[in-house]
Design a protein around this ligand. Sequence first.
Ligand code: IDP
Ligand code: MG
Length: 163
Amino acid sequence: GKSLAGEKGKASERSFVMIKPDGVSRQLVGKIITRFEERGYKLVAVKSLTPSPALAKEHYIDLASRPFYKGLVDYITSGTPVVAMVWEGKDVIRQGRRIVGATNPQESDPGSVRGQYAVSVGRNLIHASDSFDSASKEIELWFAESELAEYKPTTWDWVMADN
Ligand code: IDP
Ligand code: MG
């Protein structure tokens, strides 16, 4: 069916963003959400949960052969919850990756979330979809379509203007 990631390159584009357990435990949820909100992106869905091992494994299935895979799944399923979100807006997938920063925080721009708050690649605070196809898969994996809100922020037309 239709992609839950909206339309690539349009204001309806969506990304899956997740604050990992270290971000929740370190009480950075508000600061992280604020970055996306203040940029003008629309919060379409948000929930806090402790992912099952099956969900965490599926989310990271492309990394199944990597030596850190088991540790990664254990980290995500530690028992401290994650905050799973869907953000919407023009170029949100690419901009979301810029807000989050490089995978290894030691290489992340210091203005990014990872570059400001993280040091270790295995505790890098946050996930954001890396492509339109990943966003489609990840939103469908973590959310039901009925959990995705439809509304227009009062800022929308100013922020998402095409010119
Ligand atoms: P990304 O989160 O920036 O998209 P990926 O390469 O997709 O990076 O890796 C997914 C996650 O796996 C990373 O965010 C990080 O938590 C973990 N990870 C990646 N490489 C390593 C590593 O070398 N050691 C430990 N964990 C890693
Ligand atoms: Mg990735």
